[in-house]
Design a protein around this ligand. Structure first.
Ligand SMILES: [Zn+2]
Length: 371
């Protein structure tokens, strides 16, 4: 392998061949020979949403569907040159073969393994090793060079068991909604909110209201996987009826947060009383997250429900794969690379921005600018 760097997407060069993973807006599509997208979160798919329609790109059926939906809303034509790479499927050319593996992160999320003849190169995208209400665990890819996400790649990020968290969330919702106070649970529209829809609809008997985008993502999930339960779009006629009745759980993305969120949400959605607002995010294992969110938005509580691997799981994955070289990317790449070297004695390096410097002169004490 000749080079790996970050330039509005993760670029891997193998001789003269360039793979571009998860391109951001204005990524260098021109010089990439193959573009691969791991999942539909905006920090991984944003480049595709704006790219010209003839870009050749590999992603899962669900990620292509999400891309199509968002492009349509932006009045952009659908991509014409799509390659469908669902789990265990792949493509083979003279130069390489690519295989897709489950990433366990959100619907349609994949890891990719490229066989170049000389190396097996794995790219995890975002991964999760805890089975959730809606996704299975990420699979372990056998490879000698591993590009791994480092979102929670620092020792303080250890998540509680999911069953414990699920019970805590259900108990919290039950206690508040039974008193006639609405609850707003906030998390990513894609992934977290499908999980919350299923958790609440299976565990409690209250009406669930969701934003338009969550509603659309839930419908995509149901088209390709299974039914999530009973829920309604918050702005629909039925949604308005439920709001009048007063007992409900509302699922919204965090973009709905604002100064004094309960009053603001009550006004926006015409709720009978200001709701209790809870954020579901892996960052919540750090108590300062709660205090800063409470101070900024007057939220009530947080739950560290994450769709990512925690620090221990990242190390466990790497020790199971036993690669000869690991590149860390996204989130905490410097800290994770240090710990991989220290604890696993495996060669590891954070991926740096192309414009910053070459990997040869890079030292682990410097914080790379991952854009
Ligand atoms: Zn993601």
């Amino acid at each position: 392998m000749s080079r790996v760097y970050y330039d509005r997407g993760l670029m891997i060069e193998v001789d003269d061949f360039k793979f571009l993973f998860d391109p951001r807006v204005n990524a260098d599509f021109q010089s990439a020979n193959m573009v691969l997208v791991s999942h539909g979160h905006s920090d991984h798919v944003s480049g595709l949403l704006e790219a010209s329609e003839n870009i050749r790109v590999g992603a899962s059926t669900i990620t292509h569907e999400i891309t199509r939906l968002v492009r349509e809303k932006r009045e952009r034509k659908s991509l014409e040159n799509t390659v469908y790479l669902d789990r265990k499927f792949g493509i083979k050319t003279e130069e390489y073969s690519i295989e897709a593996y489950d990433a366990g992160h959100c619907m349609g999320s994949l890891q990719f393994k490229i066989d170049t003849g000389e190396h097996l190169i794995g790219y995890t995208g975002d991964i999760n090793f805890r089975e959730s209400m809606t996704e299975g665990k990420a699979e372990v890819m056998d490879c000698d060079i591993l590009m791994i996400e480092a979102t929670f790649g620092s020792e303080e990020y250890i998540f509680p068991e999911r069953e414990e968290l699920n019970t805590e969330i259900l108990d919290y919702v039950e206690k508040i909604v039974s008193d006639g106070i609405p609850v707003v649970l906030m998390g990513y529209s894609l992934g977290k909110c499908q999980e919350l829809t299923r958790l609440i609809s299976r565990g409690l008997d209250y009406n669930i209201l969701v934003s338009k985008q969550i509603f659309e993502f839930n419908r995509i999930f149901e088209r390709y996987k299974y039914m999530l339960g009973r829920y309604f779009e918050i702005d629909s006629e039925k949604g308005k009826e439920i709001i009048e009745e007063g007992k409900m759980v509302i699922l919204l993305p965090q973009s709905n947060l604002g100064k004094n969120a309960p009053e603001r949400l009550a006004k926006t959605f015409n709720l009978p009383r200001p709701p209790k607002v809870a954020i579901c995010s892996g960052w919540a294992v750090n108590r300062s997250f709660f205090f800063s969110m409470q101070q900024a938005y007057n939220i009530d509580t947080v739950f560290p429900l994450s769709s990512h691997a925690d620090f221990n799981q990242l190390l466990e994955y790497i020790s199971n794969v036993e690669p000869t070289k690991v590149y860390t990317t996204f989130g905490n790449p410097v800290s994770l690379a240090k710990q991989i070297k220290r604890q696993l004695k495996i060669n590891a390096q954070p991926v740096v921005n192309k414009l910053q410097q070459t990997l040869d002169v890079y030292t682990l004490d410097q914080e790379p600018q991952i854009t």
